[in-house]
Design a protein around this ligand. Structure first.
Ligand code: SF4
Ligand code: SF4
Ligand code: SF4
Length: 247
């Protein structure tokens, strides 16, 4: 099993600044180079280039999501993927209701395949995670709806298991890092965040650094980690499968 490497908050901040600078200096030419970026996508999304080709930017998936977590890729992040759906977990988490898939008229989001119940994978930001940087927080582990996706190590620090995690984002939404550490104004990120599996694979192969892994939830695409095969999300399509319904 591949272990997702935890990343540093300082890397997160540096990468964010670098991205802004990239766009500022290179303009559209710079963002065009990000055509192969791998974003966190709604359930059932075709792989990067396929989704970009099949999505007509109608935004019906955005309108259908009851939690408002589906948002369009901003122009500053990719000219090619501009307007296609990505996920903003700060607004909520995905319970795999599949309303976005039902609303999609083009098949860019569709049933079938492992992506139907896999959006990405959570990674721990060690410098921002209270448990890793200090001690005493197990909120993400307690709130994760998928048994086995987060375990605690011998020092009660969260460890994500990518073969169980489906990228639902509940851990990121409930992470109290910023409020628990409000005394430190430099801490503004979550201690655990969801990124695409392609981003994690690109990081593992060395084609992107830790600094880039977390930038805007996208990175240059590498060969993606396989979606999880073991996690069972209680509200998602798995529940239907478990009950003997349609696969
Ligand atoms: S499956 Fe439901 S909760 Fe998840 S992104 Fe789609 S509409 Fe939103
Ligand atoms: S509903 Fe389908 S075609 Fe429309 S923006 Fe969403 S993914 Fe693209
Ligand atoms: S993204 Fe969802 S399944 Fe994965 S660790 Fe977080 S809460 Fe658990």
């Amino acid at each position: 099993m591949m272990r997702v490497e935890e990343i540093s908050r300082r890397g997160f901040l540096a990468a964010g600044a670098a991205s802004v600078a990239l766009v500022g200096v290179g303009g559209f030419g710079a963002v065009t180079k990000q055509a192969d970026a791998a974003f966190v996508r709604p359930p059932g999304a075709a792989s990067g280039a396929e989704l970009v080709a099949s999505c007509d930017r109608c935004q019906k998936c955005l309108q259908a999501c009851p939690y408002g977590i589906v948002t369009p890729v901003p122009l500053a992040e990719s000219l090619v993927a501009y307007g296609t759906p990505t996920i903003a977990y700060e607004h909520g988490f995905c319970d795999f209701c599949m309303k976005c898939v039902d609303a999609c008229p083009t098949g860019a989001l569709a049933y079938g395949g492992l992506a139907e119940r896999d959006m990405g994978v959570a990674v721990v930001v060690r410098d921002a995670c209270v448990a890793w940087d200090w001690a005493g927080c197990t909120v993400c582990k307690e709130e994760c709806p998928v048994e086995g996706a987060i375990t605690l190590d011998e020092q009660d620090r969260p460890v994500v298991h990518p073969d169980y995690c489906d990228g639902c984002g509940k851990c990121e939404q409930v992470c109290p890092s910023a409020s628990l550490r409000a005394y430190d104004a430099s801490v503004e990120n979550k201690g655990i965040v969801v990124v695409s599996r392609a981003s994690v694979a690109a990081h593992a192969s060395g084609s992107i650094g830790s600094e880039e892994l977390q930038t805007g939830r996208f990175a240059r695409a590498g060969e993606a980690l396989a979606p999880h095969t073991k996690g069972v999300h209680p509200d998602g399509p798995d529940a239907t499968r478990e009950a003997g319904g349609a696969a």
